[in-house]
Ligand binder design. Sequence first.
Ligand code: NAD
Length: 282
Amino acid sequence: MEGNFGRPGHGPARGDARPLYGQRALVTGSSSGIGRAIARALAEAGADVALNYTRGEAAAEAAAAEFRDLGVRAVTVKADVSREDEVEAMFAHTITAFGTLDILVNNAGLQQDAPVETMTLEQWNRVIGVNLTGQFLCARAAVREFKRRGPRPEVSRALGKIICVSSVHEIIPWAGHVNYAASKGGVMLMMKTLAQELAADRIRVVGIAPGAIRTPINREAWETPEAYASLLKLVPYKRIGEPEDIAAAAAWLASDAADYITGTTLFVDGGMTLYPGFESGG
Ligand code: NAD
């Protein structure tokens, strides 16, 4: 049963072996980077996918066309996740297109870096607004839809799944990035609190903490050989992560193979959180 994360015979009876067959997913910030790779992995696993974007409509449309070739439905939806009205409209659009929603991937995020003494309130508010408030607004809308619709045991054991993309900086302090690290630490406790609050409803809420992944957000950390060598000092596994490393984890966490997992973060970081400075004994 290649490609099926669940044990044969474990999970809903259906005529398709793909682990997310018949499920409907929304991935925020999915016109590039990690979000795009996650959306593709969910589509490969059989889910219909709504791709959210703010800029880069052409890239989102191109990805949707690519995913339709995998035999699933794919739509694009423009929305700034930090704006309540736009998030509500995005969920209405997605639910109209697909009928309902089973999986939310809270992926949209950004950095606006500055030393604390020069960081503006606007930079602080923007990063918290997108990375943390955006995840709250989307999670709230998803929970409302999961509860409105009720169980769909033919596609999943859970009422719904929410995957929060955080960062190793949910636990590693990051000088010069206080807004970003605070937003990701906030995502961790938001995720755990929602998991606790919603477990009895059979809604699973989990986190993925990427380490250094090759995407536009951190181009300066990998695009020259010098930068790459310096980056690898922080990565015991001695390679940069690829968006597909995160995507595989997300597709698995969304599937019934991970049905007993809620309220925890999966670190996908090549060991970045293993105190690399102590690699040779400290
Ligand atoms: P990316 O810049 O390619 O992707 C971020 C996406 O979020 C973009 O598509 C962007 O348009 C979108 N976005 C930004 N603001 C938005 C808004 N207001 N509303 C909707 N979408 C918005 O970078 P990425 O590396 O793919 O980042 C994806 C997620 O992974 C982010 O949450 C980021 O913090 C996290 N992350 C990345 C790394 C890494 O090394 N690349 C490491 C840890 C965590």
